[in-house]
Design a protein around this ligand. Structure first.
Ligand code: PEP
Ligand code: MG
Length: 559
């Protein structure tokens, strides 16, 4: 039995075979081949496999998001069998005697450079497509799965860390749990695991060896313990815990349909954070009151090129109509920093977390923002929509973003396209500037939603991605909690509501504090809804409120 300790970031016990996540190799082997016919046959077999995969992806995309989504994969299929592309590969194999991987790599570089040099932005964007298609063929040649899970049974996935774009591509139905070498509590692997309600452990370092792959592993997401080939005692103890958790879940089920109300009658809304319309069933199954944060950038991360207005419209419309009368707050694009997207072609930055990200990109590249806002307002006719802007620091940014909303509404009116007149417009409070300006910002919007993941990062000048900073990244820091109180007071003074959509919202040790300072809404992962409801219903807030508020401002509270 081997026991490894990490940090649990999503509770629960899971058991299954360990699977090491394989990233497509960036170095391609290059050698001279003797049998060029055999090499050509290798290429043709890989090409056929890639075309088949693309066909399957097109079908999946069609089912999930309609014809337009499927078109991208169909275009890739055509590229993979384009005659000119194929001839160039053939020449490299037959004349230069290059191995197929190197022939595909060189041809891809040649075609991508040709596209990139074109005047028309549409053709320039095809450079990324040709690289993507070629990577797929290379994966078929090398057998290295493109960020996938090549296992017939569900697995415990081990990885160094996963980027947001890698996480969106994973087949979630095959994952029982996550274990990562690095990562952080508010990183995207942890967030994804909590959304999916599966156990996750981060920060195990190099303790998980590649030779453990395939062996039975039990992970306990509440203690951060990973056990490989557990002995009988450990095994039965962990399985018992798994059983208890199942029972606990059943007990929580009884809370469905009950109000999120304290014993002395104070209510708070409990909403969910989601990354795609596919998460809506989990929101409804857990009886949440709405969606407080739909991270729209995951739509962009899932595409190989800018998602079109129609593609986005379909996704937003689906989330809104599936949620019925319940509110859905969709956050406009929040990329940059840890969420990089190749086709945005953003220049490399020294300090990406403080760089060109989120609303800044939208204001600097209004054509991207315009497309998203059109899709959002069109979708507003199908449900109860809220729109919020991330990474705000100044009042002028909000005014400019709102002006863009007005322009879109005027356009839609002229075009006779219906939209709702009751879309709430809000902002995320996740920078110290937004906290200190919250009295002024409150006059510009309908609501605030506090992004405590970034707010902690910026208040404490502490990188949320850096696992080594563990004890310094402390969302319980009085500076963060006082900031929340200040935001709450300024919101209420101006008659608007305020929520928390960072991971802190689900921290049950702070539920009383949030009730005491008067937070109106907590937006959490679907599986946190019922435990949070239970905590709220057990609380008599009037008994503790005064003390909590005094402690928050007390001289002793310095940490
Ligand atoms: C946050 O910063 O708290 C937040 C909710 O947004 P994200 O984690 O996507 O940056
Ligand atoms: Mg954020």
């Amino acid at each position: 039995m081997i026991s490894v300790q990490g940090k649990g970031v999503s509770g629960g016990v899971a058991i299954g075979p360990l699977y090491c996540y394989q990233r497509a190799k960036s170095t391609i082997r290059r050698y001279e081949v003797e049998d060029v016919d055999a090499e050509w046959d290798r290429f043709k077999a890989a090409q056929t496999k890639a075309i088949e995969q693309l066909g399957e992806l097109a079908e999946k995309a069609r089912e999930e998001a309609g014809d337009e989504a499927a078109l991208l994969f169909e275009t890739h299929q055509m590229m993979a069998e384009d005659m000119e592309y194929e001839e160039a590969i053939q020449t490299a194999i037959r004349d230069k005697k290059l191995n197929a991987e190197a022939a595909v790599t060189d041809t891809a570089a040649q075609f991508a450079a040709r596209f990139a040099a074109m005047e028309d932005a549409y053709f320039q964007a095809r450079a990324a497509d040709v690289k993507d298609v070629s990577d797929r063929i290379i994966s078929a040649l090398t057998g290295v799965v493109r960020g996938g899970i090549d296992s017939p049974v569900p697995v415990i996935l081990a990885a160094d860390d996963l980027s947001p774009s890698e996480t969106v591509q994973l087949d979630k139905s095959r994952i029982l749990g996550f274990v990562t070498e690095g990562g952080s509590d508010s990183g995207h692997t942890a967030i994804l695991a909590r959304t999916m309600g599966i156990p996750a452990i981060i920060g195990v370092g190099d303790q998980l060896k590649p030779e453990y792959e395939g062996r039975e592993v039990i992970i306990d997401g509440s203690t951060g313990n990973v056990v490989i080939d557990a002995d009988e005692d450990a095994r039965s103890c962990l399985l018992r815990k798994m059983e208890e958790q199942k029972k606990m879940r059943e007990l929580l089920e009884q809370l469905k349909g009950q109000p999120n109300e304290t014993k002395d009658g104070q209510s708070i809304r409990v909403y969910c954070n989601i990354g795609s319309p596919d998460d809506v069933p989990a929101v409804l199954a857990n009886d949440a009151g709405g969606v407080g944060l739909f991270r729209s950038e995951f739509l962009y991360l899932n595409c190989d090129d800018y998602p079109t207005e129609d593609y986005q419209f379909e996704a937003y419309k689906k989330a809104l109509s599936d949620m019925g009368a319940k509110e859905v707050v969709i956050r406009t694009l929040d990329i940059g920093a840890d969420k990089q997207i190749g086709y945005f072609d953003l220049p490399k930055e020294e300090n990406p977390a403080m760089g060109n990200r989120a609303l800044r990109i939208c204001l600097n590249r209004p054509e991207i923002f315009h497309t998203q806002l059109r899709a959002l307002f069109r979708a507003s006719a199908f449900g109860k929509l809220g729109i919020m802007f991330p990474m705000v620091t100044s009042v002028w940014e909000v005014k400019e973003a709102r002006k863009m909303c007005e322009r879109v509404k005027e356009e839609l009116t002229k075009e006779g396209i219906p939209f709702s007149d009751h879309v709430e417009i809000g902002i995320m409070i996740e920078t110290p500037a937004a906290v200190l300006m919250s009295d002024r910002l409150a006059k510009e919007v309908d609501f605030f939603s506090c992004g405590t993941n970034d707010l902690t990062q910026y208040m404490l000048a502490c990188d949320r991605q850096n696992a080594d900073l563990g004890r310094f990244y402390n969302p319980h820091h009085p500076a963060v909690l006082r900031a929340l109180k200040m935001v709450c007071d300024n919101a209420h003074r101006n008659g608007i509501w305020v929520g928390i959509c960072g991971e802190l919202g689900a921290d049950l040790s702070l539920t009383e504090t949030f009730l005491a300072i008067g937070i109106d809404e907590l937006s959490v992962s679907p599986h946190s809804v019922l435990p949070l409801r239970q905590k709220i219903r057990e609380t008599t807030i009037s008994e503790v409120k005064q003390k909590i508020l005094e402690d928050l401002l007390s001289d002793e509270n310095t940490i």
